[in-house]
Design a protein around this ligand. Structure first.
Ligand code: CO
Length: 482
């Protein structure tokens, strides 16, 4: 038997790397028309995106794009038209560095201040760069960064109101996750469920539930043994599901000015991660169950199935990190672990866990219809590589049937690179896949960003808007209906 050689990658590295740049403009309500197709008149609301918008200062590049300052892009849809706005979050660090035109803070992912280890040693301040996610809560837009409190912004103008303690819920500097989950109404009205982690030899998770108006409805704290590295979680009607990866944290390099704090994380080979399952009611003991080997940043969804809890996550073989001497724009995709969608079934009575591969293709940023959050979903949408095997940048959107494994793909290759897809249900829809998928696409040919609207069911292109804006490869975002 002969094995066909894997197809060559379908992209040019220069196109991919061209998205790493500083955002030089802030647009204030630019009206857009579709370059192709037409904006659906029933699509009404605002797509918010967050991600690093400043990657270089005074000739020095960040060590990793995750160290870039948060910039919000907003696209407001109404009446078949769209309006574009973008604005940096006016964090304390951003303002000071804009004036100084150089890095004044170290980055968690390895960016150092000028002057080498001597200038960086013992400077243990963290710069809240507000670059990871953006969500609507009450009359605020929250720019999130998991190690500290959120920044509140005006949802219309994107003007920064300042750091927010959420009406006294948080203490100054308290960790507040960048991955809230939106319960569509398992306990009556919709809620935002989120958490904060205080990590140490014993770690504490604070689980919080808010009304959509921003009122705190539930609040509980749970301690576990081990240094917690928790970026995301999942919810069901009754459980908050965390996956604690088997990682060790040795801060010596950070303290001595040689590494960023996140670079001091390393995987513990041979050791297993743990599922930490916390009852949302606040009553009953949390469960701790050994997890399959591997590393997880993001979960797709979770649901309850009799005595089993089912969790779908994007698994990596190992912790994907960029070493201190590597330029992130030169990273060799073939040598870093690829993400794959995996389903774990956890038996809550026996603690047995089974693992099933749902999608072999490299993927990230997966989501279900927001109405299926915490329930079994038939369909998922995710960003995938163009090639069916091998690790490459994300260039396509896949719709995956989680029951049959069948899929459809829309591709931006060879010159386009996708970001996290956001599924927006059509108002009044009954079918799970009735709606649109919105995605910012880096267009390597234009060296600018396109806003793509796909039909969520067929993945047919509905419209493409060519933005007068170049948005670097980003992180997370959300859609706020009008
Ligand atoms: Co994330």
């Amino acid at each position: 038997m002969t094995v066909a050689p894997a197809a060559a990658p379908a992209y040019d590295r220069a196109d991919w790397a061209s998205a790493f740049r500083n955002v030089g403009v802030e647009l204030d309500g630019v009206e857009l028309t579709a370059a192709r197709g037409a904006i659906p008149p029933e699509l009404v609301g605002t797509l918010y995106r967050n991600g690093p918008g400043r990657l270089e200062r005074g000739g020095q590049w960040v060590h990793h794009p995750f160290d870039g300052d948060g910039m919000i892009t907003a696209l407001r849809f109404a009446g078949g038209k769209a309006e574009l706005r973008n604005r940096f979050v006016r964090t304390e660090g951003w303002q000071a560095e804009e004036l100084a035109d150089k890095f004044l803070y170290r980055g968690v992912f390895g960016t150092q201040k000028p002057g080498g280890a001597v200038a960086n040693a013992f400077d243990l301040r963290l710069k809240n760069i507000a670059n990871t996610h953006v969500v609507r809560l009450g009359d605020q837009l929250l720019a999130l960064w998991e190690a500290a409190e959120p920044h509140a912004l005006d949802p219309d103008t994107l003007e920064t109101r300042g750091l927010s303690l959420l009406d006294g819920v948080l203490k100054k500097g308290e960790a507040f996750s960048a991955h809230p989950r939106f319960d569509p109404g398992h306990h009556g009205a919709p809620r935002m469920v989120t958490f904060g982690v205080k990590a140490g030899p014993r770690s504490t998770i604070r689980l919080m539930e808010f009304s959509t108006g921003g009122e705190l409805l539930a609040d509980s704290r749970h301690s576990f043994k081990g240094f917690a590295f928790l970026h995301d979680f999942a919810i069901t009607p009754n459980w908050a599901v965390f996956l604690q990866n088997a990682v060790a944290f040795n801060p010596t390099g950070f303290v001595l000015g040689q590494k960023g704090a996140a670079q001091c994380l390393s995987s513990k080979p041979g050791e297993q991660g743990q599922f930490w399952l916390i009852p949302r009611s606040g009553e009953g003991k949390p469960l701790q169950i050994a997890a399959p080997e591997g590393f997880v940043f993001h979960h797709l969804n979770a649901f309850e199935d009799g005595e089993e809890l089912v969790v779908d996550s994007i698994y990596y073989d190992d912790f994907p990190s960029i070493g201190p001497d590597v330029d992130f724009r030169q990273v060799d995709f073939e040598t870093i672990p690829a993400g794959q969608l995996v389903r774990c079934r956890i038996n809550l009575n026996t603690g047995a866990v089974s693992k099933e591969l749902l999608e072999e293709r490299t993927c990230e940023f997966a989501m279900v219809n927001p109405e299926r959050q915490g329930l079994e979903a038939r369909t998922s949408w995710m960003a995938v590589a163009e090639r069916e095997r091998g690790n490459d940048p994300l260039q396509a959107i896949k719709k995956l049937d989680l029951t049959t494994g069948e899929g459809r793909v829309w591709s931006a290759a060879p010159r386009g690179f996708v970001s996290e897809p956001v599924m927006v249900p059509r108002p009044g829809a009954s079918a799970e896949d009735d709606g649109w998928v919105l995605c910012l696409v880096w267009n390597g040919a234009r060296c600018a960003s396109d806003l793509l609207i796909l039909d969520a069911a067929s993945l047919d292109e509905v419209a493409v808007l060519e933005l007068p804006l170049a948005v670097p490869h980003g992180l997370h975002g959300s859609f706020a209906p009008a």
